[in-house]
Design a binder for this molecule. Structure first.
Ligand SMILES: NC(=O)c1ccc[n+]([C@@H]2O[C@H](COP(=O)([O-])OP(=O)(O)OC[C@H]3O[C@@H](n4cnc5c(N)ncnc54)[C@H](OP(=O)(O)O)[C@@H]3O)[C@@H](O)[C@H]2O)c1
Length: 269
């Protein structure tokens, strides 16, 4: 099936991570030109770079730095022209859960800075690029999390940063059309997905038991599951009239198991 992405330029932030890498591969296979970012190491992108040298550019970028983000768009524009689609996927989550009363201001500020301010900066320069290069269509795909919807005890920094993606989408969907009349902004909320970010939790048997109790499909996602939804939203051909929408990719997740039966006192009396 032709997604109509051939020749379009897509920036994928966090292309070196689990979900970003899969999105990048799928986009390249669809004929898109992809500028993919990494923060610390470009190693996960080496094979792609070798196999898709005409269609792929990798750029080192820390999205907490406005200068890095500005340069990313400058390089992408110089290499492949207009950026038609931004997949704002880069993000961090602390591996260890921390109760709010123990959470340092540093941790709170760091998570918000990477996940929220970083996404703001990437969106800002994406929109500047739309102002510079005219065009009818454009797509911004934000990546949130089920944590932004259901909350996540011990990860209030992360869940707060991800719920903010909804507000960002609802505002920017009404701004983008002033730069690209058929521009769209949507949100993908992955649930638990087997990537370096979630590997520790998903290889913990007790944690997996807790997680699967809330998911009718009784499985967690693989990066391809999330990448498929992103590709759909990136495609003007398939999703050309879809804006301001959230696709949750979480196997039908209902919420959170808060206590195991043994943790509910009166059941043990
Ligand atoms: N995996 C899940 O279960 C899950 C669930 C819900 C939502 N999500 C969301 O999905 C997105 C992708 O996550 P993932 O699971 O693929 O995680 P991942 O494998 O850890 O990848 C995260 C990516 O973000 C990049 N990154 C980290 N800090 C950055 C910074 N300051 N500036 C620019 N890039 C930075 C990383 O680059 P380096 O590795 O080079 O630092 C990496 O490429 C994230 O927004 C995450 O919150 C994931």
């Amino acid at each position: 099936m032709d997604f109509g992405l051939s020749g379009k330029q897509v920036i994928v932030t966090g292309a070196s991570g689990g979900i970003g890498l899969e999105v990048t591969k799928m986009l390249l296979a669809e004929g898109a030109k992809v500028t993919g970012t990494y923060n610390r190491s470009s190693k996960p992108l080496e094979d792609i770079k070798r196999s898709w040298s005409d269609q792929f550019l990798d750029v080192k970028m820390d999205q907490t730095s406005e200068e890095d983000v500005r340069k990313l768009f400058e390089e992408a524009n110089r290499t492949f022209g207009r950026v038609d689609v931004l997949v704002a996927n880069a993000g961090i989550a602390n591996h260890e859960g921390v109760a709010i009363q123990e959470m340092s201001l540093d941790q709170w500020e760091k998570t918000l800075k990477v996940n929220l301010t970083g996404t703001f900066l990437c969106s800002k320069y994406f929109f500047s690029n739309l102002q510079k290069f005219s065009g009818d269509t454009a797509a911004l795909i934000l990546v949130g999390s089920t944590a932004g919807f259901f909350g996540e005890a011990w990860y209030v920094d992360y869940s707060t940063s991800k719920s903010a993606m909804h507000g960002m989408m609802m505002s920017l969907k009404n701004e983008i059309v002033h730069l690209a009349p058929k521009g769209r902004v949507n949100l993908v909320n992955p649930g638990w997905t087997m990537t370096p970010m979630a590997e520790e939790a998903l290889t913990d048997k007790d944690m997996t038991k807790r997680i699967l109790q809330t998911i009718p499909m009784r499985k967690t996602a693989v990066p391809e599951d999330v990448a498929g939804a992103i590709l759909y939203l990136a495609s003007d051909k398939l999703a050309g009239h879809v804006s301001g929408q959230t696709i949750t990719v979480a196997g039908g997740m209902e919420g959170r198991v808060l206590f195991t039966p043994s943790e509910i006192g009166f059941l043990n009396e």
